[in-house]
Design a protein. Structure first.
Length: 168
C-alpha cells in the first residue's frame, strides 16, 4: 500500500513503570531484579527513575533478560543513571520527574519505598494507570496486590493491555 491512509500503526511494546526506594533491602533488590527479568522476557519496556536501589535492581534484571530500560533521571546528566539503563533521559526536574515516570508506564509495579514512591503511585492513579503492589502499598485505594514477582508482572501486563485496548 502506498500513502498513509492504509498503513498500520507499528505495534509498540507495553511500557511498565517500576517504582520503589532509592535504597532498598537485599530482598527488595532481588525481587526487583526478578521483576525486571520477567518484564524483559515478556517483551515489555521497563521504565524507572534511573538511579539506585529498586531502580538499579529492576534495570539490571531487565538488562540481563535482554530487555529495554528507560531511566527518567532527576538531574541534567545522563551519566547520573545506573549502568543498566538502555536509555537515560535527564530531566533536571528533581522529584518532579516522578510525574514522568508514572505517565510513561502503561501500568506500574510498586515495590517498597518512601514518599517518592508514594507520589509515583498517586500520579499513576491521577493518570488512570493501573498499579500492582508487591511487598508494600497494598492498602492504597485502587492498588492491586500481588504476592510474588511473576504474579505482579502478569497482572501489570494484563491491566496495561486492557487499558491500551480501551484507548485504541
Amino acid at each position: 500500500m502506498s500513502g498513509g491512509a492504509g498503513r498500520l500503526r507499528p505495534r509498540r511494546p507495553l511500557q511498565i513503570a517500576v517504582v520503589g526506594g532509592g535504597e532498598c533491602s537485599r530482598q527488595s533488590a532481588a525481587i526487583a531484579r526478578t521483576v525486571g527479568r520477567e518484564l524483559a522476557g515478556a517483551g515489555a519496556v521497563v521504565v524507572c527513575g534511573g538511579l539506585g536501589g529498586v531502580m538499579e535492581a529492576v534495570a539490571r534484571g531487565a538488562a540481563e533478560g535482554g530487555g529495554t530500560v528507560l531511566g527518567i533521571l532527576p538531574g541534567y546528566e545522563r551519566t547520573q543513571g545506573n549502568p543498566y539503563l538502555t536509555l537515560a533521559l535527564p530531566t533536571g526536574l528533581g522529584h518532579a520527574r516522578n510525574v514522568l515516570v508514572a505517565a510513561a508506564g502503561d501500568a506500574m509495579i510498586a515495590l517498597p519505598g518512601k514518599h517518592g514512591t508514594l507520589a509515583e503511585i498517586a500520579f499513576a492513579g491521577v493518570f488512570g494507570r493501573p498499579v500492582v503492589a508487591l511487598g508494600a502499598w497494598s492498602r492504597v485505594p485502587g492498588v492491586v496486590r500481588a504476592r510474588h514477582p511473576a504474579e505482579a508482572v502478569r497482572r501489570a501486563l494484563e491491566l496495561a493491555a486492557r487499558a491500551r485496548r480501551r484507548h485504541y
